[in-house]
Design a protein around this ligand. Structure first.
Ligand code: RIB
Ligand code: NA
Length: 311
């Protein structure tokens, strides 16, 4: 059975408090709402791809606990294959404590737990899916070794790879770049990886050029409300392309980058000949819908909620 999109990555239960602002160290403040949702960058990206109509599978590990059981049901409810979702008694399902302020900004602490136990044995079991997928997506909320192994396996089998180095780590193994068909990160991750301060669209272009030099085929740097920049090694003479996005009223930006990547994975699987710029333009629009409602996956649109010209 061949999947459009296989994600090797994280699942987290999001514990979200909405408050007027983010608290300072040692401070207690009143928030106005609390809710529990499904999150984790890997799962978020997989769910967004599935909601757009991609045939998806998730390769991940949760705990043998209440959050883990719930998460498996969430995948089933969204039509994601759970064949490669493992459950462990050795650690708890990953959890993310999130605070969202009135400007829609957030601060997040993740305790990856069971996610860190996803390893080589799990990848071996998922190898048929990994080597036959149209697109494989990885992030850094699982062990970096596992992500790199998954990227390597897929890349060797000519599966298109998207790597999202989030949350970013300073000394990323250089092989990550070479195994990435599309290296997609946000401005702060680009800054941490390249040392180029990313305050403007031009800066993002410069950081993108440095990432290209490290060996990725294409680079996308997402810039929040300013859209993204796209660079490709196949057009070395051409500068970065800035893809703007329509202004929207922002309620909660948590997981907007994941919505973008999930949508991008869908486009790469379903429209393999479409230009990366056009895919990024459409993925911007999908992510733009997600920021207008509270919650992470809870705010991700399905195909039926989106304009038909996005398909
Ligand atoms: O990218 C957003 C995600 O980051 C949240 O869902 C949270 O779980 C953290 O992993
Ligand atoms: Na949202």
């Amino acid at each position: 059975e061949a999947f459009d999109v296989v994600v090797v990555g994280s699942c987290m239960t999001d514990l979200v408090s909405q408050a007027p602002r983010l608290p300072k160290a040692g401070e207690t403040i009143h928030g106005h709402k609390f809710f529990i949702g499904f999150g984790g960058k890997g799962a978020n990206q997989c769910i967004q791809a599935a909601r757009m109509g991609a045939k998806t599978a998730m390769v991940c590990k949760v705990g043998k606990d209440f959050f883990g059981e719930n998460y498996i049901q969430n995948f089933k409810d969204n039509g994601v294959s759970t064949e490669f979702v493992g459950q462990t008694v050795d650690s708890a399902t990953g959890a993310a404590s999130i605070i969202v302020n009135d400007a829609g900004e957030n601060a997040i602490v993740i305790v990856a737990g069971a996610n860190l136990l996803l390893g080589g044995e799990d990848l071996r079991r998922a190898l048929p899916a990994l080597s036959h997928a149209k697109v494989m997506v990885c992030q850094l909320e699982i062990s970096p070794d596992t992500s790199l192994q998954a990227l390597r396996l897929s890349h060797e089998n000519n599966v298109k790879t998207i790597f999202n180095p989030a949350p970013a780590i300073p000394d990323l193994d250089p092989e990550f770049y070479r195994a990435s068909d599309v290296f997609c990160c946000n401005e702060s991750e680009a800054e941490l990886l390249t040392g180029v301060a990313v305050a403007s669209i031009e800066d993002a272009g410069r950081a993108g050029e440095e990432l290209l030099r490290r060996g990725c085929s294409s680079v996308i740097i997402t810039l929040g409300s300013r859209g993204c920049v796209v660079l490709s090694a196949h057009e070395p003479s051409s500068p970065s392309h800035h893809i703007p996005t329509k202004p929207v009223t922002t309620v909660d930006t948590t997981g907007a980058g994941d919505s973008f990547i999930g949508a991008l994975a869908f486009y790469m699987a379903h429209f393999p000949t479409m230009s990366l710029e056009e895919m990024a333009r459409r993925a911007n629009q999908v992510a733009g819908v997600s920021v207008q409602t509270i919650g992470t996956q809870a705010s991700y649109p399905s195909k039926k909620d989106l304009p038909t010209d996005l398909f």
